[in-house]
Design a protein around this ligand. Structure first.
Ligand code: 6PG
Length: 470
């Protein structure tokens, strides 16, 4: 019987939870997984739900009402293409395929063209929120034709998280725009996580125990730093394993699947500075070089990683440093979205993007309300730092921010993301930078010419520099 409202391929954790979410909103859902036992077990586990478990792709496609809506939740890259290829002979023109994985936006653009040339409709949707978000309400970033979005809107709006009563989903833009914005979301996620880890490292050097840190993070989560990542960090510090704090037993080597690296590549291509996110990606890379670090720790010298500041005072200072750096990280990520949006003619709405990040996703945070407000007030905002609310915060935080970086640096504690953030702030607010000397160097060795402070902009000069090679 062709009467399911929605179909999902790929019953890994995210897929299963999304299916249960869609079904709970009153839709009948067909499911298919390459390994049939997974489908059978999943359907058997939920006998009271309107689920149709298909044993073959043919059966799956035939069980869907027209126009068919098929969401693919498989590993990004080749597996997505493989599923699409096997679906093509089975679908009718006008049917809709949605890729809900963390696909690279350029792959999404290629698939969009490929499928629309064949008469199908395609949506590349970023879905954030992990397992819990998928089940209870994720933040969804869909890209593709507006007319296709209109067809999907009722389902997506019903399953998305709600923030201030608004669904955390809207049509981001055409083609790869949705997956692009999800990629930047992940870049910002990397930044947030690294900044929290640097705060943790400083606290550790000041003698804080995991139990004390659980308290600090719980307090922070009751204040202006309230966010999902601060909240789960508090929980992590509470977790014990064999009576020991679990965090102390976890090896310090970070994994990554690639979205952070893609964000960096895109930033370089667009000549946009995202130094905080850059530092976060590089910190993961350095963390993964465990053996090299252990060897170097016996050779390269530094001060004792000890911080002697009253705990209460330190908590306030680190709070300010963390919050200031976090503002910079979002300022950079949003700047990249704005630049890329303009470059691609995507007409991206930054206020709405910030608004759908307020609920469901990994980077959800109280201050996204203020970011949303800043872009609602001024959609053409040059940089988040320049919105009066954030300017006031940064002006208030900067003293403690500098102090925290100094204290950490003097104790030999690496704070690459804190430092990169402050470096961006100080560079951005410098009316004069030392690039005059750099221009002189370029002109010296390559006759690249320079502009002068005493002449109009655009007029180029060259100096006959002395010969130094003898
Ligand atoms: C989300 C997450 C999710 C995933 C990351 C993890 O928004 O729900 O970003 O997509 O957990 O891709 O990425 P790494 O493995 O690179 O940390």
């Amino acid at each position: 019987m062709s009467n399911s409202d929605f179909g999902l391929i790929g019953l890994a954790v995210m897929g299963q939870n999304l299916v249960l979410n869609v079904e709970s909103r009153g839709f009948q859902v067909s499911v298919y997984n390459r390994t049939t036992t997974v489908t059978d077990e999943f359907v058997a586990k939920h006998p009271d739900k309107k689920l149709v478990g298909a044993k073959s792709l043919e059966e799956f496609v035939q069980s869907l009402a027209s126009p068919r809506k098929v969401m693919i939740m498989v590993k990004a890259g080749g597996p997505v293409d493989a599923v699409i290829e096997s679906l093509i002979p089975l679908l009718d023109k006008g049917d809709i395929i949605i890729d809900g994985g963390n696909s690279l936006y350029t792959d999404t653009e290629r698939r969009d063209k490929w499928l629309s040339d064949l008469g199908f409709r395609f949506i590349g949707a970023g879905v954030s929120g992990g397992e819990e978000g998928a089940r209870k309400g994720p933040s969804i970033m869909p890209g593709g034709p507006a007319s296709t979005w209109e067809v999907m809107k009722p389902i997506f709006e019903s399953i998305a998280a709600k923030a201030e009563g608004e669904p955390c989903v809207f049509h981001i833009g055409p083609g790869g725009a949705g997956h692009y914005v999800k990629m930047i979301h992940n870049g910002i996620e990397y930044g947030d996580m690294q900044l929290i880890c640097e705060a943790y490292n400083i606290f550790k050097a000041a003698g804080f125990t995991p139990d004390e840190l659980a308290e600090v993070f719980t307090d922070w989560n009751d204040g202006d730093l309230e966010s999902y990542l601060i909240q789960i960090t508090a929980e992590i510090f509470k977790q014990k394993d064999k009576k020991k704090p679990l965090v102390d037993l976890i090896l310090d080597t970070a994994g990554q699947k690639g979205t952070g690296k893609w964000t960096l590549i895109n930033a370089v291509e667009n000549a946009v500075v995202i130094s905080t996110i850059n530092a976060a990606v590089e910190a993961r890379i350095l963390s993964s070089m465990k053996d090299k670090r252990v060897a170097a720790s016996k050779i390269l010298q530094g001060p004792k990683p000890e911080i002697d500041v009253k705990k209460k005072k330190l908590v306030k200072k680190v709070h300010d440093a963390l919050f200031a750096s976090k503002i910079i990280s979002y300022a950079q990520g949003l700047d990249l979205i704005a630049s890329m949006g303009a470059e691609k003619g995507w007409d991206l709405n930054l206020a709405k993007i910030a608004a759908i990040w307020r609920g469901g996703c990994i980077i959800r945070a109280r201050f996204l309300n203020d970011i949303t407000e800043a872009y609602r007030t001024n959609p053409k905002l040059e940089n988040l730092m320049l919105a009066p609310f954030f300017t006031d915060l940064l002006n208030g935080f900067q003293e403690n921010w500098r102090e925290v970086i100094s204290i950490a640096t003097l104790a030999g504690i690496p704070v690459p993301a804190f430092s990169a953030s402050l470096g961006y702030y100080d560079s951005y607010r410098s009316a004069v930078l030392p690039a005059n000397l750099l221009q002189a160097q370029r002109d010296f060795f390559g006759a690249h010419t320079y502009e002068r402070t005493d002449k109009p902009r655009g007029e180029m000069f060259h100096t006959d520099w002395p010969d130094v090679i003898g």
